[in-house]
Design a protein around this ligand. Structure first.
Ligand code: G3I
Length: 335
């Protein structure tokens, strides 16, 4: 079947999908190649995957993803160098093997591990990555200073962020360096993120862009709130990317359908239409849009926030185009 490639219809910016090794073979690989011109490793570049024990780097899965992308002329987004999840326990152990407390010695040790990790991973892929999510999900809008109380923050304050960006710039000067977060459409969170980026830029920390994850659902957020999210960052002169988009068919934690109801899939299609229309209107700000998965057979939303069958992407479990696909490609064909 000769449906138009998403990447040809949406030509204002690269359109990507988050993938793992399973998406690089067979029908999945064909679909990925046909419709997308950017990829992100869903898990393979994270700390637990790339440096599971201290000093031992493992790049098997991530190398396959990068090789696939290069063989098919696709960009690679790097995800992610620093996060509070999927980071091995050894990172936060002190010299005696106990959980780190906030001492100057532990801060120095943690920052040197951070630097080694970024040299190892961003160094390995230097020249191959269009944008790195240097730090992921560092904002907590319920803190008055806006900073998530992760181990990173508790032990180093803001220095882990400053170090991460400076080292990443040094080892891979061609990658755009991003700060990535979810719920950036929520005004209180968006404003805290804005303040942090403004401060970092004023200090000369090399932040190039803001990544909006955009894990949303068929009712939330509104298009105008999403537009306000984009306009907010324009005065900072940073690039923006949509980094992890999906549209859940669920609007609360107690719903569960064995198969996605038709009315929800249609609602989802119109949401995809409206959000892509918005992104395309902001093409001077937005330098790529990535979906958090290739097709509904493999989505993190099948197990989060509860286990149930979700259908948040453009292609269904049999890799067929959904109404959501037509929402992006040709809304007159939504049915
Ligand atoms: O690889 C192991 C496998 O060996 C094991 O048998 C299996 C049993 O649980 O787990 C597998 O690991 C899972 C891993 O995904 C790979 O599939 C982990 O349990 C699971 O927790 C992990 O989930 C990932 C999640 O990040 C972790 O927080 C999702 O795949 C990934 O899509 C998701 O991505 C995040 C972004 O990085 C940041 N923003 C939010 C986004 C969604 O949570």
């Amino acid at each position: 079947t000769d449906i138009p490639p998403v990447k040809d219809v949406v030509d204002e910016f690269p359109v990507g999908a988050a993938v793992g090794p399973a998406q690089l073979i067979g029908n999945h690989a064909q679909l990925l190649r046909r419709h997308f011109n950017s990829v992100t490793a869903g898990n393979a570049m994270k700390w637990d995957a790339t440096q599971p024990t201290e000093g031992t780097f493992r790049f098997t899965d991530a190398d396959r993803i990068v090789a696939f992308a290069q063989a098919n002329g696709m960009e690679v987004r790097g995800h992610t160098l620093v996060w509070h999840q999927q980071t091995p326990d050894w990172v936060f152990k002190d010299a005696a093997g106990n959980d780190m407390t906030a001492t100057p010695a532990n801060k120095a040790l943690l920052l040197s591990r951070l630097e080694d990790h970024i040299r190892g991973v961003a160094g390995h892929y230097a020249g191959d990555i269009s944008a790195w999510d240097v730090v992921n999900e560092v904002i907590d809008e319920n803190q008055s200073d806006g900073m998530r109380r992760s181990r990173w923050f508790e032990i180093t304050g803001l220095d882990y962020i400053r170090t991460a960006f400076r080292v990443a710039r040094q080892v891979d000067p061609t990658a755009k360096l991003y700060i990535n977060d979810y719920n950036t459409n929520v005004p209180s969170k968006r404003d805290k993120l804005y303040n942090l980026v403004a401060q970092l830029k004023a200090e000369g920390v090399p932040v190039d862009g803001v990544g909006h994850q955009m894990h949303v659902n068929i009712d939330w957020p509104s298009i105008s709130e999403t537009e306000a999210m984009l306009t907010k960052f324009v005065p900072l002169g940073v690039d923006q990317q949509i980094t992890e988009m999906d549209i859940s068919i669920y609007t609360n934690n107690s719903e569960s359908f064995p198969t996605p109801p038709r009315d929800r899939l249609l609602k989802q299609a119109y949401r995809y239409r409206d959000l892509f229309d918005l992104y395309r209107r902001y093409a001077s700000e937005i330098t790529s849009v990535t979906l958090w998965g290739l097709a509904d057979d493999d989505t993190w939303l099948d197990t989060f926030p509860v286990t149930r069958n979700d259908a948040p992407l453009l292609f269904d479990e049999r890799l067929q185009a959904k109404p959501a696909y037509w929402g992006v490609v040709d809304p007159s064909k939504i049915e």
